[in-house]
Design a binder for this molecule. Structure first.
Ligand code: NAD
Length: 342
């Protein structure tokens, strides 16, 4: 069988874990990269030994990849993925699915008329403690779920935004903490407890108010399709990147995910599922599961059914986030447009 021909578009920070995973995977070969920044383009092409292109269109024309990994800023996710799908390729899109719900819907419409597959990079669903928690909930081992709480206490420096200005803007990022960081935890709540049906929440800019125009702090009360309610707090104003915590309270046990999973049963039993430890080319708070998701997606490119983490997961998270933005930043579209004309 011939190798899967993979390409990466956007060769900034996160691309390293994609390029490393592609290099490690038997049965996949990297055939090219695209990157708008000439310095990063030359460096990635030389290090990986493949041709580098300035645009996704040139890459698609020249190397005809089977799968394109979209590792660009958020506002470029939908345009790049749509170009790849229209050229007959599959796409692995970094989160979020797109910078706006409209762009995500356009991408979903193109996907439905294309032969390719789409995977969304919510890699934390592959963490062993997360999978164990999902199985415990699915098998009713925790009993009726009485509630859930999630906290994301992270730290970002002014340099993180100065190095990549898109990250702190409505026009480039579509939002801040919720779109870029806490979206992973919102996805886990969706996956574990069912899609969110009601959102009450707010977002604000606290610790980084002098640095970014988007939010760095948010709180929410959510009601899931299962009827379960969850509460959520996230900030980038903490002094370090603590492990994300999700607590699920069931009538028979309380499960706490904080790196490892600890389940405390009402009868006194305690069960733990440890998180893996390893060093990767990425940041520790990205977790270790990019490689697992990429391997799984590449092995299912020809499957008849859609990949299990796709447009539904993307639209669910964007819809929750948009509800909070509508409540807290009703003028955000206007702000972004004014910013672009300055
Ligand atoms: N899943 C995770 O845990 C995780 C972790 C970090 C980042 N991300 C996501 O990965 C994406 C990239 O983040 P990053 O931190 O690597 O950003 P980055 O700014 O470091 O890299 C993005 C690169 O894309 C290039 N680019 C912009 N537009 C392009 C286009 N149209 N065609 C080709 N190249 C283009 C930029 O020049 C830049 O080098 C974002 O969606 C981010 O949310 C995901």
């Amino acid at each position: 069988m011939s190798a899967i021909r993979a390409a990466v578009v956007g060769c900034g920070d996160v691309s390293v874990v994609h390029l490393d995973a592609i290099a490690k995977r038997q049965g996949t070969e990297l055939v090219g990269i695209a990157e708008t920044d000439p310095g990063r383009r030359a460096a990635a092409a030389e290090r990986r030994g493949v041709p580098g292109f300035a645009t996704v269109e040139e890459l698609l024309d020249a190397v005809r990849p089977d799968v394109v990994h979209v590792c660009t800023p958020h506002d470029q996710h939908a345009p790049v993925a749509i170009a790849a799908l229209r050229a007959g390729a599959s796409v692995l899109v970094e989160k979020p699915l797109a910078d706006t719900i409209d762009a995500a819907r356009e991408l979903a419409a193109v996907l439905s008329e294309s032969p390719g597959q789409l995977a969304l990079c919510f890699q934390n669903r592959y963490n062993p403690p997360v999978r164990a928690l999902q199985e415990l909930i699915g098998s009713d081992a925790l009993g009726r779920i009485e509630g859930a709480a999630a906290t994301v206490l992270w730290h970002r420096t002014p340099e993180y935004y100065r190095d990549r200005p898109w990250r702190g803007t409505w026009s480039g990022g579509g939002g801040g903490l919720l779109m870029n960081q806490a979206i992973h935890t919102l996805d886990l709540l969706n996956w574990l407890l069912g899609p969110v049906e009601e959102v009450k929440g707010s977002a604000s800019t606290r610790a980084l108010a002098d640095v970014i125009e988007v939010e760095d702090t948010a709180e929410m009360a959510l009601r899931h399709a299962s009827g379960v309610r969850s509460v959520f707090f996230a900030t980038l104003g903490h002094g370090r990147n603590s492990d994300v915590e999700i607590e699920i309270v069931g009538e028979r046990a309380t499960a706490t995910l904080r790196g490892d999973l600890t389940v405390r049963y009402a009868d006194g039993r305690v069960m733990t599922v440890p998180e893996r430890t390893a060093t990767t080319g990425g940041q520790s708070y990205w977790g270790l599961s990019h490689e697992l998701l990429i391997d799984d997606f590449h092995s299912r490119l020809s499957a008849p059914e859609p990949f299990w983490i796709g447009v539904d997961a993307g639209l669910d998270t964007l819809t929750t986030i948009a509800a909070v933005y509508d409540a807290s930043f009703p003028q955000r579209g206007v702000v972004a447009e004014q910013g672009e004309t300055e």
